[in-house]
Design a protein around this ligand. Structure first.
Ligand SMILES: [Zn+2]
Length: 63
């Protein structure tokens, strides 16, 4: 697998490769995820439906 060098959005330090292997989509280094909370926990994936369906529902509710 290929990983691109990524830097933390908070402190600008490079995110260690081992962290990217564990959390490929993270934007925070370990220190910042400890301080700010993991960005992985806020992902809207536990909604029981795919995102397109979810957006359609939200649009239907709001309109
Ligand atoms: Zn950081």
């Amino acid at each position: 697998m290929i990983y691109y060098l990524r830097t933390c959005v908070f402190c600008g330090k490079a995110i260690p490769l081992r962290r990217l292997e564990a959390l490929p989509e993270t934007r925070r280094c370990y220190d910042c995820s400890q301080k700010m909370g993991s960005d992985m926990e806020n992902r809207p994936v536990k909604i029981g439906m795919d995102m397109e369906t979810y957006r359609d529902l939200l649009g239907a509710v709001r309109s």
